[in-house]
Design a protein around this ligand. Sequence first.
Ligand code: MEV
Length: 320
Amino acid sequence: MVTGSASGKVILFGEHAVVYGRPAIAVPVAQLQATATVTPASPGYGIALHLPDIGDHVPVTGLATERPLAQVIQHTVKALELSPTPDWTITVHSDIPVASGLGSGAAVATAIVRAMAAAADRKLSPDQVSAIVFEGEKLFHGTPSGIDNTVVAFEQPVWFIRTESAQPFPIAASLSIVIGDSGIASPTSVAVGDVRQAWQNDQEFHDTIFDAISDIVHAARTAMENGDMATLGNLMDLNHRLLQRLKVSSPELNILCDAARAAGALGAKLSGGGRGGNMIALVQSGQEDSVVRALRKAGAVRTITTVVESVPEPVTRPSL
Ligand code: MEV
């Protein structure tokens, strides 16, 4: 029995615009974990995916399937050159809420790839893992930027532009982030598809918003490099307003962001695809509890407090 795991993620700045070539910043969230366990099965069984959390069991071997996780398994079999196909049950558990902007799809897929590599006694680079998971993301999301699979596979804060290699960058001071879950499931593919349709109807308007978001993401990187929390909070508020203009916020997310600000957060915005799912608030160290209480009172069904540790000198891996 061999296990692989992966963290969830939040996007700090730049969601949606990142699909259109603008930069974004995302960080892993270690409190949210998906795990996959490979158990040997009887000869001739092939590979089956067992998802007890949702009561599903999917035979994978020999199946022409569009199911994202089955595709991820088939790509991993190829990447690991597993021939003949092994006889495995792959059991997946995840505490990452689905359809909530926390990278559940990418984390579950990454856990599966890692568990399969470990069961085959092989190593895949983060770049290889990310590329395999991206194949599943395309089926989950239609036109993903690739940011989710990148931040989950590399497990460090990244500056991401879809046509370039992701970059780590220095973060002068650690960031306290409170994540608030609106409790409303909202598949990323729907929000991304709606933005695409709106962009097709009025490219000039949307490109102007994407450019304004891009300016915010650049300014946020500078603020993170300088440890300038007040500016970073303001930039979150501005990014949220632009996401509202893209029509990917919702009354519930707006209420949660307002509540966090009123409780002393330095800034707040939705995170991920939007419409429902999660928002994030930047808080001064020591203010976490009051922001958590305010979010709960304003309707958050769950909150997570996480710290993005400072990164004085980021380690650049060959492919990052
Ligand atoms: C989803 O986590 C982030 C989006 O920008 C979509 C993507 O980048 O693929 C909304």
